[in-house]
Design a protein around this ligand. Structure first.
Ligand code: CA
Length: 379
């Protein structure tokens, strides 16, 4: 299944078109327990292969019978597929639904179903117990809890590496990140990034007529050739890196050892991008506090714009990675301080996205997957 190829850096390559190992592991070593969580509206925590098989069956078999870009007018009249109705199965496990996906689609070959929209909500360093369903104290996550109640929870589940860039590389390419030369967390000005030889999830679904967007933290290379618009995303708003690669880091003076402060003060400006242009040359503390709101607003607009068109939306929150930022809507609201406020704002963001899907009648034909990239660093 896995053809090993030794490659590094810009020349790194893989057989990314092999969908068998696509969309993998979304892992959450969340919380002190060191265990993993995934949650989706139909809340799914997945092992690689299960999810890869689902997408494989849907997109390489099921969608083969469809028009690549079904006319909007046809979309509402088409019956949902078995897969499209998986949400209605409530807390049923994903496996039987995956098994049913292939035959279900094939049986409807005479009348092609609408392809499902895909939403992946990816948090940065969120812990296992940082969701109400998993025992959070001092703050609440009603929207995530609702996803857990209506969907499925997968607790045993792994990522390729417990660190930002490598985990994202694995998610978007389906490849072990070391095979692609992506190790750990890439710093500013790195000469290594996601190779153009790779096929990302965005590029894959674009072949089937999906609109694609990414809002949030990229962290797969900050040079122009590595950025999201070069890897299948129609839209991008967010940061090229983690929020701590920032000379304006507000905690530098009080919380960091002098040696580390000296290193971070030498970082170049941390810009915010809108597409391939800079929305900000240098992020400010006020910007940091608005990131979650901005990502959410963009996500909702993207859903509205593509409500009659299949889409893939990847929301990669910069939070709750340090330094923390939260809008005034949530600042001081939780009993767990700034961290609790930040998680409550992320939960609000999830609710905004779910509400947008429901408002436009898309919630029965959209997969929503929520997970953290690697688990907490505030141990
Ligand atoms: Ca991370």
């Amino acid at each position: 299944m896995f053809r090993m190829r030794h490659s590094t850096g810009l020349e790194a390559s893989s057989q990314a078109g092999e969908f068998e190992r696509f969309l993998h592991v979304v892992n959450c070593e969340i919380g002190h327990s060191g265990r993993f969580l995934i949650l989706c509206r139909l809340a799914v925590v997945i092992t690689w292969r299960l999810f890869a098989r689902l997408l494989h069956k849907m997109l390489t078999k099921g969608l083969r019978i469809m028009n690549p870009t079904p006319p909007p007018s046809d979309r509402k009249t088409r019956p949902n597929t078995v897969v499209a109705r998986w949400r209605a199965a409530g807390a049923a496990s994903l496996l039987p639904l995956l098994t049913a996906a292939g035959p279900g689609v094939a049986a409807l070959a005479a009348e092609p179903p609408a392809p499902p929209n895909i939403v992946i909500i990816f948090t940065d360093d969120q812990g296992y117990a940082d969701v109400g369903k998993f025992g959070a104290e001092g703050f609440t996550t009603p929207n995530l809890d609702r996803m857990a109640a209506e969907g499925a929870i997968f607790r045993n589940f792994h990522v390729a590496q417990p660190v930002c860039s490598a985990s994202r590389c694995a998610l978007l390419t389906g490849c072990y990140p070391n095979r692609l030369g992506i190790h750990g967390a890439l710093g500013p000005g790195t000469k290594v990034g996601l190779s153009s030889a790779e096929m990302t999830l965005a590029q894959l679904v674009k072949q089937r007529g999906y609109a694609t967007a990414m809002f949030g933290k990229w962290h797969l290379g900050d040079a122009p050739q590595f950025m999201p618009l070069r890897h299948g995303f129609d839209e991008f708003f967010g940061l090229p890196l983690s929020v701590d690669y920032w000379p304006g880091h507000p905690d530098l003076i009080t919380n960091f050892p002098p040696r580390l402060v000296a290193i971070k003060r030498e970082y170049p400006n941390l810009p915010i991008y809108d597409g391939d242009r800079k929305f900000r040359e240098e992020m400010s503390i006020d910007d940091l506090n608005h990131l979650t709101t901005w990502y959410t607003e963009r996500a909702v607009k993207f859903i509205e714009k593509n409500r009659s068109h299949p889409f893939f939306l990847y929301v990669a929150h910069s939070m709750p990675h340090m330094p923390l930022g939260v809008s005034d809507k949530f600042r001081g609201k939780s009993a767990r301080g700034l961290y609790g406020d930040v998680i409550e704002e992320i939960d609000w963001s999830v609710g905004q996205i779910l509400d947008a899907l429901k408002r436009h009648g898309l919630d029965d034909n959209t997969w929503v997957i929520f997970t953290s990239d690697n688990g907490p660093w505030l141990c």
